[in-house]
Design a protein around this ligand. Structure first.
Ligand SMILES: [Cu+2]
Length: 80
């Protein structure tokens, strides 16, 4: 799974599409209360609501070095 930088507007929903081909990963955004496990060889769409502008770090918290792995982390930028 490769996480990249994303942008969204405050109060508007964001659909995060997780395409998973190998191993168990997850998408964790602690500030938004999200911690979703994504099983191997499965796709999952998460509905995310960031009500307030800001930058929200996200990462995989189950393997691969977790948030220390550069391919398993990113930032969701939410603007007003
Ligand atoms: Cu991972």
């Amino acid at each position: 799974m490769l996480f990249e930088q994303y942008a969204a507007t405050a109060g508007a929903g964001l659909a995060a599409e997780c395409q998973q081909h190998r191993g168990l990963h997850d998408l964790a955004i602690p500030e938004l209360g999200i911690d979703a496990k994504i099983a191997p060889r499965s796709d999952k769409t998460l509905d995310i609501l960031a009500a307030a502008p800001g930058e929200y770090a996200f990462y995989c918290d189950v393997c691969c070095g977790g948030k220390e792995n550069p391919s398993m982390q990113g930032v969701l930028k939410v603007t007003a």
